[in-house]
Write a protein that binds this ligand. Structure first.
Ligand SMILES: [Fe+2]
Ligand SMILES: [Fe+2]
Length: 344
């Protein structure tokens, strides 16, 4: 979390200026920005803050540009009068505000923006996917799962249609290990691998496949972050909790009436291994569906390339080398070969 400095002032949003360092406060689900605290770089950001329903925000004077601070301090008396009139009024939030719908609208806007370069589109896809996944994992309700699936469909369609954004996406994944970042990374890498293997995807329901990949760890929604990052050996109870996450995810999807064949196979089989050493059913070779095999490769790759409390992240090529040299019997050879070509 970003710490706001000591020198801070409440500023009416209509008086915000580029160069101010602001803090929106609260949960990120209450607004459409990835971080609550940041420096304003464009008037578009200011318009978005106002559109999000904010009447005033905190401005950190220490971290704002000196020119805007001087201007702000000159107007202090006027601001004080303004605060006196608005301070006790509730913040006006649009009555139909729905974080998931807003994520969906903004994602479509970015994808359809002809002027946005592929790198920026990839960033938009990534950022909105992270917010979507965070919402679902915090509250895996039927509504959130359904809304999330629609956002995933949009993302999958775009990855299939736009090779440049697809290429850029493989470069920008976050390497912090949280279930929501991991879910998005695995979702994106699995879709990229499925695109490589299935080409146009006509014989497969690529949207549902994407949903299964992004939601593969849905059953970890209740597993505490410190257990996921626990450096010590897991106790038998903790290990059981981890082992149960495929069936728990399967049940959440079934309860939400969103358990398609694609989602079921991926959620239940992404920890199975070719040599039968995986879980929960110790399936091997052809007993494991192609969709589950794809997800298992992306899943292990992301675990290796992410920083955990007990280990540093590996660079991409070192991770691929570890998978090839030490874990090759866990994966399907041809699929692993196709996965490596994504980094060529
Ligand atoms: Fe998992
Ligand atoms: Fe996973």
């Amino acid at each position: 979390m970003t710490t706001i400095g000591i020198m801070e002032k409440k500023v009416n949003t209509k008086d915000l200026k580029v160069g101010m360092f602001i803090n929106l406060g609260g949960s990120w689900l209450s607004h459409s920005f990835l971080r609550p605290a940041f420096k304003l770089h464009s008037n578009k950001q200011i318009a978005k803050i106002i559109k999000n329903g904010f009447r005033s925000v905190m401005v950190d004077l220490d971290r704002s540009d000196p020119a805007v601070v001087r201007e702000l301090e000159g107007k202090q008396a006027a601001y004080e009068r303004e605060y006196a009139s608005v301070h006790n009024k509730p913040v006006e939030v649009p009555v139909d505000f729905n974080p998931m719908e807003q994520i969906s609208d903004e994602l479509r806007e970015a994808i359809e923006d002809q002027k946005l370069p592929p790198r920026k589109k990839a960033e938009a896809v990534y950022t909105h996917s992270i917010r979507m996944m965070d919402s679902i994992l915090q509250k895996p309700s039927a509504e959130n799962i359904l809304s999330g699936k629609k956002i995933i469909y949009t993302t999958v369609d775009h990855i299939l249609a736009d090779d440049d954004t697809a290429d850029a996406l493989s470069q920008i994944t976050s390497h912090d290990y949280y279930t929501y970042t991991h879910s998005v990374n695995v979702g994106l890498f699995s879709v990229l691998l499925a695109k490589e293997v299935f080409k146009d995807g006509h014989d497969h329901n690529m949207q549902e496949l994407g949903a299964g990949f992004f939601l593969h760890d849905l059953g970890k929604c209740d597993v505490p972050a410190d257990l996921i990052n626990k450096p010590d050996r897991l106790t038998p109870d903790e290990w059981q909790l981890m082992r149960d996450h495929p069936s728990k995810g399967n049940k959440l999807l079934a309860d939400a009436k969103q358990l398609t064949r694609e989602c079921g196979v991926i959620v239940m089989q992404h920890h199975e291994r070719e040599d039968g050493s995986g879980y929960p059913l110790r399936l091997s070779h052809d007993e494991i569906h192609l969709y589950g095999r794809i997800c298992s490769i992306a899943d292990v790759y992301d675990a290796l390339t992410s920083t955990r409390a007990y280990k540093k992240k590996l660079p991409p090529f070192d991770a691929l080398a570890v998978m090839k040299n030490e874990m090759f019997h866990h994966f399907n050879r041809e699929l692993f070969g196709s996965f490596v070509t994504l980094f060529a």
